[in-house]
Design a protein around this ligand. Structure first.
Ligand code: DUC
Ligand code: ZN
Ligand code: ZN
Ligand code: ZN
Length: 484
């Protein structure tokens, strides 16, 4: 064996056990009580976990209005690796007027030679032309991009309900997973216009302009549309108890509905938007951070299985004129880029508060941070678990290491962390990707460009049977698309 990880406590999404892990040719080839190899890592007192999979992050992506994220595939992947991740799946964002294949080619060129860990993309579909639906989405799927994201809000990105049904139908036919940013655009615009007209432009008004009702209405509509054509759908960044309740209900009904939440909704509140001066802008993301009662409700939904994945929604815009404050130091909340960093701190925060805090099990932590993403995004069992034949994508955690978070812990291109000063216990100390060390002894030891594109397979929706809508007779001309 090339490498053996000795004496650690191994945990997967289902089990926790003491074992040595043997690695040959970049894959796990032995799990046994005692192994020896050419090279050995002593994991005494440590946890040996599947490497995290960061399935929601914005890397080398420009917003619809042109602002570029501060992180590219080099810095973003390094930050991810420091945070215990061995794979990430950013977005390849189509903007109107761009073709789908043109979009994927553009992101290939951005990722090429840059990443230290393996990566894929979710395709953002903002312009579902006839050609995109009939030819390009199937081509994207064949190319290993097996998840498509749509927006129900933002004037330059949003699709209407008919376009949403079109995309869901194509995704269903090919076995892809649709993801959705669900907020009611009309409500947000209506309140925002009135707030701005009244001179209420400080960051705190961002939260007021994105009420819980806007999320709940859109999630309800998105689930209704997905269930109508019996297509799988994942609601990203769920931020409210109302939204989580809708996801839970649909899952109870057997629908192919999945949910995601993010650290900001568990660890920050709208009081953070009230910090002095423009400091609040650091905490602006969409949907916005809410309150402590929401945090408690979302923890319960994590415990109960409403959420399949826990992702950072890393959307890195710096707190300077290159990012959040590009429209000046007195910009209105409508002019400030939405998003915050989190790719490095997602797992340490969840481990500390969740596992150490007794809120979730270690196995739930692995499922939420890695295994479920691998399954839903078509990478399991190659990734997301420690099993014979799987890629040796492994994170070794010191469960006792305590840190007070600073921006340096992110190792990204950002100039702030929204989690500054928070104490966390449990830290990833070594990260392997296909058996090669990426992080060792708290240092980066891999070269950018070693990470490979992962051509993802069809996601596995087993156990979510769904139901047919009787009006959609498969004998009619839309039948081929929506037939089970
Ligand atoms: N949606 C995201 O998914 N990320 C950042 C901002 C947004 O609106
Ligand atoms: Zn979004
Ligand atoms: Zn907004
Ligand atoms: Zn996002």
């Amino acid at each position: 064996m090339d490498l053996v990880i000795r004496n650690g406590t191994v945990a997967t999404a289902s089990d926790t056990f003491k074992a040595d892990i043997g690695i040959t040719g970049g894959r796990v080839t032995a799990i046994a009580e005692s192994l020896s190899g050419e090279r050995e890592i002593d994991a005494t007192g440590k946890l040996v976990l599947p490497g995290g999979i960061e399935a929601h992050c914005h890397i080398a992506q420009e917003s619809a209005t042109g602002g570029m994220t501060a992180d590219d595939y080099r810095s973003g992947s390094i930050s991810a690796a420091f945070g215990g991740n061995s794979c990430f799946v950013p977005f390849a964002a189509q903007h109107r007027g761009m073709g789908v294949i043109e979009t994927l080619d553009l992101y290939d060129s951005r990722a090429e030679g840059a990443s230290v860990i393996d990566y894929g993309y979710h395709l953002i579909v903002a312009d579902p032309t006839e050609k995109a639906l009939a030819e390009e989405l199937p081509q994207a799927f064949a190319r290993g991009v097996t998840s498509f994201k749509v927006f129900m809000t933002y004037d330059l990105m949003k699709i209407d309900d008919g376009q949403f049904l079109d995309i869901l139908s194509v995704a269903k036919r090919h076995g892809a997973l649709t993801m959705v940013h669900a907020e009611n655009s009309g409500i947000i615009k209506w309140i925002s216009d009135r707030l701005v007209a009244a001179g209420h432009t400080q960051p705190r008004y961002h939260a007021i302009s994105h009420p819980a009702a806007a999320e709940a209405e859109a999630i309800n509509r998105a689930i209704t549309l997905a269930r109508f054509v019996d297509a799988p759908l994942l609601i990203v960044h769920v931020s409210t108890p109302e939204g989580a309740g809708l996801v839970a209900k649909a899952r109870l009904d057997g629908a192919k509905i999945f949910g995601e939440t993010c650290p900001q909704y568990l660890f920050l509140t709208k009081e953070d938007l009230d910090r002095p001066g423009m400091e609040g802008a650091k905490f602006m993301c969409s949907p916005p951070v809410r309150d402590t009662a929401t945090q408690e409700a979302l923890w319960r939904h994590l415990q109960a299985g409403t959420f399949s994945v826990f992702s950072s929604d890393h959307a890195p815009y710096r707190f300077d004129a290159s990012g959040k404050l590009s429209k000046g130091p007195d910009a209105s909340f409508k002019q400030i880029a939405n998003g915050m960093p989190g790719i490095a701190l997602r797992l340490p925060l969840l481990f500390s508060e969740g596992v150490r805090g007794g809120r979730i099990t270690l196995n739930q932590f692995v499922a939420l941070g890695s295994t479920n993403a691998a399954k839903l995004y078509g990478m399991h069992p190659q990734k997301g678990t420690i099993a014979i034949g799987a890629d040796a994508d492994i994170a070794i955690w010191d469960p006792e290491e305590t840190r007070t978070v600073t921006v340096e812990d992110q190792h990204d291109n950002m100039d702030y962390t929204p989690f500054e000063g928070r104490q966390v216990t449990g830290w990833p100390v070594t990260v392997l990707s296909r058996g090669e060390a990426v992080i060792e002894g708290g240092k980066l030891v891999a070269e950018p460009g070693r990470g490979r594109f992962v051509a993802r397979a069809r996601p596995d929706f087993t156990g979510h049977p769904g139901t047919r809508t009787p009006e959609l007779d498969p004998g009619w001309n839309f039948g081929a698309e929506i037939a089970p």
